[in-house]
Design a protein around this ligand. Structure first.
Ligand code: SAM
Length: 172
């Protein structure tokens, strides 16, 4: 389990301010580091939903949120992104994808449905497409399919961050 780099934490303050975030969504909660940063960045009125398939990770994240007084702001939704996303309703101003990249192509209809103009989608774990992480991880075709569809989708404008291999998309 690899939490995001703490150097990225200020990004969430920028994005929360830019979008006036009231609801944020993460796929791949891990132990809850980024969800906690997102909730803290956006303030007490914002709600963060974070999806996690691994029971132990979800348990640890919920304990951490409880200890930090963030349980009212953050909801852990247990299951795989591809199964949980279809059940979600309403709009999120911010979406962060940080789970199994092989599912990403299936997320696109939900990204459209669950965002509105001005929403931001950050996608992590694009490294396998570019030979990162030793170049041996599976899922390169899925990332290629996802990025191609996202870049061509008229609902989004997408920037691929060089070197970091995250993408930033704004819903238009
Ligand atoms: C890189 S870690 C997440 C780190 C977290 N976002 C952070 O920055 O602190 C990836 C997490 O995603 C979970 N995960 C992987 N694929 C998933 C999926 N398809 N749906 C939900 N969770 C998934 C893993 O169990 C793991 O806990």
């Amino acid at each position: 389990m690899f939490p995001s780099d703490p150097l990225q934490a200020p990004l969430w303050t920028v994005i929360a301010s830019l979008t006036h975030a009231e609801r944020m969504l993460e796929v791949g909660c891990g132990h809850g580091y980024t969800a906690a940063v997102m909730a803290s960045a956006a303030g007490p009125e914002c709600r963060v939903d974070t999806i996690e398939e691994d029971r132990d990770h979800a348990d640890l994240a919920e304990q951490a949120f409880e200890q930090r007084g963030l349980s009212k702001c953050i909801r852990v939704l247990r299951g795989r992104g591809q199964n949980v996303l279809p059940r979600l309703k309403g709009h999120y101003e911010v979406v962060f994808l940080d789970g199994d990249w092989r599912e990403y192509p299936r997320y696109i209809p939900h990204l459209v449905r669950l965002t509105r103009p001005g929403s931001i989608v950050i996608t992590a774990n694009l490294n396998p497409l570019f030979g990162g992480w030793g170049g041996k991880l599976p899922g390169k075709p899925a990332i290629l399919s996802y990025m191609t569809r996202l870049v061509r989708d008229p609902h989004f404008r997408t920037y691929l961050v060089p070197g970091e291999w995250h993408s930033i998309s704004v819903r238009v």
